[in-house]
Design a protein around this ligand. Structure first.
Ligand SMILES: O=C(O)C1=C[C@@H](OP(=O)(O)O)[C@@H](O)[C@H](O)C1
Ligand SMILES: C=C(OP(=O)(O)O)C(=O)O
Length: 441
């Protein structure tokens, strides 16, 4: 999907971090707005939609299943819901680009449809494990086949008469797997329950409730009864803490920085990065806390100072899973050692984030030792250098902000994927004072 290579190489030359910014809309919530809005009876109006390539892949998939969607236009999207039985067979395989969320959640929804479908993606997505959704969906009676090696995409989904509800214990803490099962459960006979080994983002449960679909939460279990209808609702999507994390780190690690990030989601199942950075000594204040579209939101004021290395508590890992590239940069700039364990999931993201981050940090003179399930980083002087983001948006943005604390420019290849989650990253970064150039600009 990412064919335009103009901004695949970036050079980041440091700068400062000052001012007030709004980060892009939340990616996880934007995907779900399209999916659930499409299944609803009535018209759903969305504000704050993230027009990144991942969410646009979800949007395109629903258009090709007959859903009329207007926008995105300055974050506004209007979804003309077709109702729970209204999706039509797509004419071609659905290309989910770089987006694991799109592929896994759609696998659940499509397993319940009366038509066949196929889900494919780019080179990175075709390397990611899908057995984790194939297995529970098969237990529900679905026919989902992973056509790649060892449970990898593409996925071929065949229609079945009906699905049955299950009681599923997630073997890994994954909101994508939980959501795939719950979306299939909307169509299943009886009740579908998912138990998680640790809390994961609960945007699917919250959004279904906002669309009038009852979801029961009992401790670590989320349950719903199949067969009810979804009612259109207007939604306002908060800023993405996963995008804000790059600027939180940029500002927190350099004395003299002062930044206000407005309207950022602080859902307790997502805010692990805030708690980790606070434990590292970051000066972050949560201001003007409020609820926005069923999600807790705050303005985050962050001021630069000294950070210290910590042992990252395991319970925070799933709550900060996408923010580790940024947190590793904070650890590199911190005094002392940071140890992360219990984070093997990082190896199966858009890149192997343990290895790509360790390689990049080492290239910048930082002692970073990969573990099977984590990383040990000794903070120290960060030099300039060349790093490879391996087409991973979060790795590219992490190294771009690392330049703030580096003694020389950082040249980053494989950075075009930034458009998947934060298409205006360069504009926002420059607005706060970072000096970043894209090759051929
Ligand atoms: O449900 C979601 O929107 C997401 C869940 C997480 O993945 P896992 O479910 O694989 O942990 C996260 O890494 C991803 O960026 C978005
Ligand atoms: C892991 C991520 O996304 P996805 O799984 O949707 O590709 C991410 O955005 O960091």
């Amino acid at each position: 999907m990412t064919t335009d290579k103009r901004d695949d190489r970036l050079t980041a030359r440091g700068g400062s971090v000052q001012g007030t910014v709004q980060v892009a809309g939340d990616k996880s919530i934007s995907h779900r707005a399209i999916m659930i809005g499409a299944l609803a009876d009535g018209v759903t109006r969305v504000e704050g939609f993230l027009a990144g390539e991942d969410c646009l892949a979800t949007l395109a998939a629903f258009r090709s299943m007959g859903v009329r969607i207007e926008g995105p236009d300055a974050g506004r999207v209007t979804i003309h819901g077709v109702g729970r039985e209204g999706l039509r067979a797509p004419e071609a395989p659905l290309d989910m680009g770089n987006s694991g969320t799109s592929m896994r959640l759609l696998a659940g929804l499509l397993a319940a449809q009366p038509f066949p479908s196929e889900l494919t993606g780019d080179e990175s997505l075709r390397r990611r494990p899908m057995g984790r959704v194939v297995s529970p969906l098969t237990s529900m009676g679905g026919q989902v086949a992973a056509l790649g090696e060892e449970g990898r995409p593409p996925l071929r989904i065949s229609p079945v008469g009906s699905l049955k509800g299950i009681n599923y214990e997630l073997p890994v803490a994954s909101a994508q797997v939980k959501s795939a099962i719950l979306l299939a459960g909307l169509y299943a006979d009886g009740e579908t329950c998912v138990t998680e080994p640790a809390p994961t983002r609960d945007h699917t449960e919250r959004m279904l409730s906002a669309f009038g679909y009852p979801v029961r939460r009992e401790g670590s279990r989320a349950c719903l009864q199949g067969g009810a209808r979804v009612q259109a609702a207007d939604l306002s999507i908060p800023g993405d803490l996963s995008s804000a994390a790059f600027f939180l780190v940029a500002a927190a690690m350099v004395p003299g920085s002062d930044l206000l990030l407005e309207g950022v989601g602080i859902n307790p199942t997502r805010r692990g990065a805030l708690d980790i950075l606070l434990a590292m000594g970051a000066h972050i204040e949560l201001q003007n806390e409020r609820t926005h579209g069923g999600e807790p939101v705050a303005d985050l004021r962050v001021r630069g100072g000294e950070l210290r290395g910590i042992e990252i508590p395991s319970h925070l890992v799933p709550l900060a899973i996408d923010e580790f590239p940024a947190i590793f940069v904070a650890a590199a700039a911190a005094e002392g050692r940071t140890v992360l364990r219990d984070a093997a999931e990082l190896r199966v993201k858009e890149s192997d984030r343990i290895q790509t981050m360790a390689d990049g940090l080492q290239a910048l003179g930082i002692a970073a030792v990969p573990l099977e399930d984590g990383l040990v980083i000794d903070g120290g002087p960060i030099s300039g250098g060349r790093v490879d983001a391996h087409g991973d948006h979060r790795v590219a943005m992490a190294f771009a902000v690392a330049s703030i604390a580096a003694s020389g420019p950082i040249s980053i290849s494989g950075a075009a994927a930034i458009r998947t989650s934060f298409p205006d990253f360069l504009e926002v970064a420059r607005a706060v004072g970072l000096r970043i150039e894209a090759e051929n600009e």
